[in-house]
Design a binder for this molecule. Structure first.
Ligand code: FPP
Length: 249
């Protein structure tokens, strides 16, 4: 099933359930680097390789939608050099991989706050989205300068503006209204949220959308993410009993 020859030894079970939408908190780049006596940048660089692996795996296994938490609204608290480096990685990733992703029919959407990003980067984001807009394969969502609480605040403001303008009555506001005003409008909610490096929290990632997601935490640092980790996470997901508040029938 995999196109990765290095992982050919892994035999995924036939009865694995494949989530429609996987959200990934890519954590542990810094620790991966530190364990090897390398600078944090090397961890992020290795993290990009893992991004390439998970995009290929998601496509191969038939996942419809993959959201990667690449830079959080809180990550600005890191040293400026590290922030600059992560930004440069996104730029370089687009420069080196956009053609291939486009040819592979991947549709890319970037979610998060665009204000606060420099104009050059905003231009790149626009280009990536416009270029891949009509693709019909994997939906790759890159959460960049993203924070779920800000996303919900922005949605609330947009809805309040419609109410103030008389376009919407407060009683008409329902879950669908809110979902429609989030950055992820039109996408299915994540079925699985996967976080690497053993940390067990959501860190302001897709809070509204993850209301019924299965949370799976794996001990590997993000740069060590490969097909064996992916299949193990899918197996855990498959074994979960998703009841959405109901009871097992
Ligand atoms: C978390 O590890 C990782 C990040 C905050 C950055 C993730 C960015 C990339 C993988 C590259 C850019 C993305 C794309 C799509 C090209 P950490 O630094 O928090 O690790 P630590 O907790 O061990 O310090």
């Amino acid at each position: 099933m995999s196109t990765n020859p290095a992982a050919a030894s892994i035999e995924p079970e036939r009865d694995l359930k494949i989530p429609r939408h996987i959200g990934v908190i890519m954590d542990g780049n810094g620790r991966w680097a530190q364990q090897r006596g390398l600078g944090r940048s090397e961890g992020h660089r290795a993290g990009v390789e893992a991004v390439r692996r998970i995009v290929g795996l998601a496509r191969d296994y038939g996942v419809e939608c993959l959201t990667l938490f690449s830079f959080s609204a809180e990550n600005w608290r890191r040293p400026p050099d590290e922030v600059r480096f992560i930004f440069s990685l996104l730029r370089r990733f687009v420069a080196s991989d956009l053609d291939k992703l486009d040819q592979s029919n991947v549709r890319i959407r970037i979610i998060g706050e665009r204000d606060g990003l420099e104009r050059g980067l905003r231009g790149i984001i626009d280009e990536v989205e416009t270029r891949t807009r009509d693709n019909t394969g994997l939906d790759l969502i890159i959460a960049f300068n993203y924070g779920a609480k800000v996303e919900i605040v922005n949605a609330t403001r947009a809805i309040a503006r419609k109410v103030a303008a008389g376009e919407l009555a407060p009683e008409e506001i329902d879950e669908a209204t809110v979902a429609h005003h989030l950055d992820t409008s039109g996408l299915p909610d994540p079925d699985l949220i996967l976080r690497t490096s053993g940390e067990m929290r959501l860190s302001n990632f897709l809070l509204w959308q993850s209301a019924y997601a299965e949370l799976v935490f794996v001990p590997e640092n993000w740069p060590d993410f490969d097909e064996s980790v992916f299949v193990r996470a899918l197996r855990t997901y498959t074994e979960r009993d998703r009841r959405f508040g109901g009871i097992r029938t």
